[in-house]
Design a protein around this ligand. Sequence first.
Ligand code: SF4
Length: 282
Amino acid sequence: MQLPVHLTGPSLLPASTSAFLPGRDAAAARHVELEQVRAGDVGSIHSWELVTAVDGPGTRLTVFLAGCGLRCQYCHNPDTWMKRNGTLMTVDELMARVLRYKPVFAATGGGVTLSGGEPMMQSGFVRRIFRACKENGVHTTLDTCGFLGARATDDILDDLDLCLLDVKSGIPETYQLVTTRELQPTLDFGRRLSARGIRTWIRFVLVPGLTDAVDNVDAVADFALEIKNVVERVEVLPFHQMGRDKWHELGLEYQLEDTPPPSLDLLARVRAQFWIRGLTVY
Ligand code: SF4
């Protein structure tokens, strides 16, 4: 959800039909489309990438779903925030593209990663895509901040092979400052993954002056330790400025203008806070 910076410009997907209809007809068609999105029949998709060695094992088709309810200060892709700005696509259309890559997934141990934005904004669509993937023998990964983890039905978790859980801070006040939202739903979702034995990679974005306090990192590391039965690795992701231009283009106030990437010493200190607890850290 956070790295890399997603593709910009037009999606590679077919345009929404309502774009070609004038006036009231277009509004009515758009209403029908949004109802379909709500029902999970159709997804609102920002973009996608074919990636290797990120977003899960092997070569993966990472699909970035549009929409997010958080407002992270360090978000690299604020252009994914609005669900209405995505391009609409049916489950069958997306699966046709997924299945084209099935030989690549099989050869590399890869699969499909649903990311965002926050994919659980479209939990019905996630459920259908994951079900279709499992019916076709395709590995599934969910890249989520966990804030909407309550929307992850047992059906979704039954079809989930790997979760990339973004834990944006370990102290509630810092989490609120970073994201504008509450930490607790993420912790609840992580504990649910643990109880169900779902493989999990924890991701933590290290931002100097924002998320780097020793006690904040300790709190994330303690949580990772608590659900260690499913945590295969912790990825400490260094903050970078590659998303700054998007904030400017969207006319948004960017609060990290002068924030540098973490130094090597800081990265080493933070990684050691996980490592010392016996966690595998990258
Ligand atoms: S969870 Fe945060 S970083 Fe991820 S898309 Fe939403 S605002 Fe951006």
